[in-house]
Design a protein around this ligand. Sequence first.
Ligand code: K7E
Ligand code: CUA
Length: 655
Amino acid sequence: MKKLNSILFLTMLSLLITACGGENNNGTDKATGGAMASNAAERVYVAPGEHDEFYAFISGGYSGNLTVYGLPSGRMLKEIPVFSQFPTSGYGYSEETKPMLMTSHGFVPWGDSHHPDISQTNGETDGRWVFINENNTPRIARISLETFETEEIIEIPHSAGNHSSSFVTENTEYVVAGTRFSVPYPQKDMPIEDMKGNFKGPLTFIAVGDDGRMKIDFQLDMPGFNYDLSHPGRGDSHGWFFFTTYNTEEAHTMQEVNASQNDKDFIAAVNWKKIQEYVRNGGGEQMDAEYAHNVYDHSTHTATTTMGNKVTRVDPRKVEGAVFFMPTPKSPHGCDVDPSGEYIVGNGKLSTDLTVHSFSKMLKAIENKDFTGEAYDIPILNFDSTLAGTVKEGGLGPLHTEFDGKGNAYTTFFISSEVVKWKLGTWEVLDRQPSYYSVGHLMIPGGNSRNPEGKYLVSMNKITKDRYLPTGPELEHSAQLYDISGEKMELLLDFPTHGEPHYAAGISAEKVKANSRKIYRLDENKHAFAATSEDQTKMVREGNNVHVYMTTVRSHFSPDNLEGIKVGDKVFFHVTNLEQDFDVPHGFAMIGANTSELLIMPGQTKTVIWEPKKEGVWPFYCTDFCSALHQEMQGYVRVSGKNSNLPLKWTLDGE
Ligand code: K7E
Ligand code: CUA
């Protein structure tokens, strides 16, 4: 058996190599020879000054951030810093935003972001927030779609590899975080080889308030499998959450072989409503935890970190009817629920077939106690009893599925490098289109909701190779836009993406753009070190700390001549941008600063610390070309010796 699996794996690997290699040589031919719709250019063309029809929020993978694209043009509109420091704006460098990156491991300036998901009301995307998970140091972030800024990051304690995340339920009651790596729960020093039966797989449910605030509600103490992906139920299955598992073998080494032994792993079906009720009635136990909760305040432009120290742990076996396992073939990756909530698709990545479970059949099987065994006392449902159907020979290496709201599903096949359209209910394959190359996730706007907007499909491809002008060994990943409004998918556009997009979330622009903030009022600036007019500017010495209250407006800083600073001082530049209209930021860069520049948004105050090491007269300047006299937007700081008695002095035009 072990040998057979290795052979299967090697065959797939060689197929992958042939697929990529083969198409690389003639990919261009293929793309122009038929796959490309004849008037594709027209259909993705957004005339100068016109807006796109959809926003696409594409995960930045190991960039740690989230990029915003317009569809159908494929134009990148913005990179939103989330889990990584971002010198472009000073995020994670300025004193105000550093707390956003605090964790129980200290300051972590990088993250690996995977799955964005848009908040929902009644099962439809509502354009309030985007959530995104961080895989490496488990966290979930919430980004406002009013300001397109990261407002909140919560760390997930006891989790490791926060991958089956950050999907939301249909009224944004919860956003979930399932551990990918099973770990000791709580963490402790123990031999790795004793993993089996001793590690756990905590699944965390984070409640989302009306204002968006996240709060860890409970954590399920699940068996030590790997929880890969998840999706919420909707419609009749609202109240349930589904998680794919792999490594149900609980292998601790050489997992590429040892975690592929079982013919079937599981989809865990979790009735979160039952557990919520149990917890509300005092169920579960308080467990020690250590996690950072970082919140950004829009009136002070400042983030604060609060450390949490308790979490409610629930043993799901103590809640009658709360958790079941549905056997699903071959190390399933994607776990997708169709718009009606009836079908749960498990994509066994070592299989050619897709397994579709039926929610109503699942309920029946539970009622009839139609079990074939137990895993750590959790009932395993009879495979044949929950099976709705199988999509046969879809391709090789299925990963993820999305839906168009018209009864069709679309699945990506990594190894055979294609997107395959099939019909829900009859399970027949309707169409297939090659992807260039090796597609991972795909996205249809509203695809994780009751009401997908099935006009376009974006495939996110892992290998770029010959699609663009060569740029050395490191290539950006590549996305492809298909028109799916007709019977056959039509490839319209290639566009490069940043980092490694895993999932993406899309929404029609109409739902978002009207709420986008345009005015940032100075009188709402509650920053402790703000100077909201030029006559409030000053310098204050507290021992070796010098606080500079500075303003910036087109086209000067106030003050622009600063004296009395000494080697060994720690200078805090608190810079307030007096502009109030959006899209008029000013920058602030100081020679020798060890962090980054600041890009100060209208109405805001931002702080950077500078520790001068050398005597002299040192310049600073605005980094953003803000006006015709931007180049004149500069000033000087005089730095004197350690023992100088020069008093602080700040002037603008001699005053
Ligand atoms: Cu890349 Cu969703 Cu993290 Cu599949 S995962 S591809
Ligand atoms: Cu302000 Cu350039």
